[in-house]
Design a protein around this ligand. Sequence first.
Ligand SMILES: Nc1nc2c(c(=O)[nH]1)N[C@H]1C(S)=C(S)[C@@H](COP(=O)(O)O)O[C@H]1N2
Ligand SMILES: [Mo]
Length: 315
Amino acid sequence: MLIRSPRCHEPKPSEITPESLFRRRREFLRVSAASLLLAPAALHAGRLEPGREIVEEKNSAFSTSEEQTPFDKASRYNNFYEFGTHKSDPERLSGDFQPLPWSVQVDGACMKPGTHDLEDIIQPHKLEERIYRLRCVEAWSMVIPWVGIPLGSVLSRFEPTGNAKYVAFTTVYRPEQMPGQKRSVINWPYVEGLRMDEAMHPLTLLTVGMYGRVLPNQNGAPLRVVVPWKYGFKSIKSIVRIQFTERRPPTSWNLKAPREYGFYSNVNPDVDHPRWSQRKERRIGDFFKRETLQFNGYAEQVAQLYTGMDLREQF
Ligand SMILES: Nc1nc2c(c(=O)[nH]1)N[C@H]1C(S)=C(S)[C@@H](COP(=O)(O)O)O[C@H]1N2
Ligand SMILES: [Mo]
């Protein structure tokens, strides 16, 4: 795994002068030329190895301008129980995990089910960077520049039918590479789900990178979702199966503790967790806590998905 501080002000190819082009030649070749000039097959080869730089269009319309969490924190303070329950376990114990090659099974209520290579699911030229807040149910949060594709644009390629009311996701099961799976803290594999309209919402990102690079193992390589208005556990990592369902699918945390974790798990400062308040959160790196915002600050975009629902009942 490659740990390097995130790039700050990478110039756009159009801003690179011949002089700086020479200086930055190698970077330029890797970041831009490959995506513009090479044939698609060559473009894909090896591009999604953890730590590699990836091309992304910065999507400012969907991004927060808040200060970003440093890469070192976002990659060393993780929840990924497949590698252990301590925050430092995923970084320490995910070195043997092999995220490539990777394939994803897509099935259920859709016209075009099938098993696809990661490179078929993710089209590199469509990758975007979006700086999202992610709020853990444990009352800490981070601001991370994710790189991905809107999940909805990927899902629609499989032509979900009218029976597709939900989307279910499954994480890989590989106890020989994921030491946390040798203990039954969770009923492996980890599963999650979204209602179809939540999955199709333009904020929901199918993610392959962060900080301009391919995801490190501990952050969910090679494929995860990021649903920024929901508690972090909805953002399932290392996905191997996407299934369209008519019924609401089971989710790992809801199965484990149904009174504590509902299916929706929208960030909601007004609904306490039975064992702690959700009013405030600590942004990782900050000393003082801050107020938690309804839908994690994305209410303007997503509140209408839940009109008419009692969010205390449907938590
Ligand atoms: N498969 C799987 N996905 C998971 C988890 C997990 O344990 N296993 N933890 C979740 C939780 S609780 C959080 S807060 C986020 C954390 O993502 P990050 O560590 O990349 O910030 O991942 C979520 N996705
Ligand atoms: Mo979390």
